[in-house]
Design a protein around this ligand. Structure first.
Ligand code: ZN
Length: 97
């Protein structure tokens, strides 16, 4: 099964980014809400995941054999969005060239 990152504009998925780890939304309601605030989710599904690009490095306790996220870790990095924003600008300019 291919896992997709549920942050809008982040294109990470487990098929093309095999070295990335993906984390399911936490069950703890408070932390879960913070994930939703970060990602802008109106509704949360238990199957939503975020890729490791959105977490501080020290929140990821280990990557192998199975990725483990620090309890109550909150995503805070939207870098992927910025990169994809730049790409969209480039594509936009190219389409008018
Ligand atoms: Zn992502």
């Amino acid at each position: 099964m291919v896992v997709h990152c549920n942050l809008q504009n982040c294109e990470s998925n487990s098929k093309y980014h095999r070295n990335l780890s993906f984390f399911r939304v936490p069950t703890d309601l408070e932390t879960r809400q913070k994930w939703a605030d970060f990602a802008g989710w109106k509704k949360i599904s238990n199957y939503f995941t975020l890729c490791e690009n959105h977490f501080d490095r020290h929140d990821i306790l280990k990557k192998y054999p199975r990725a483990l996220l620090r309890k109550r870790a909150i995503p805070r990095i939207k870098r992927a969005i910025e990169i994809s924003g730049i790409l969209h600008c480039i594509i936009y300019f190219l389409s008018f060239a």
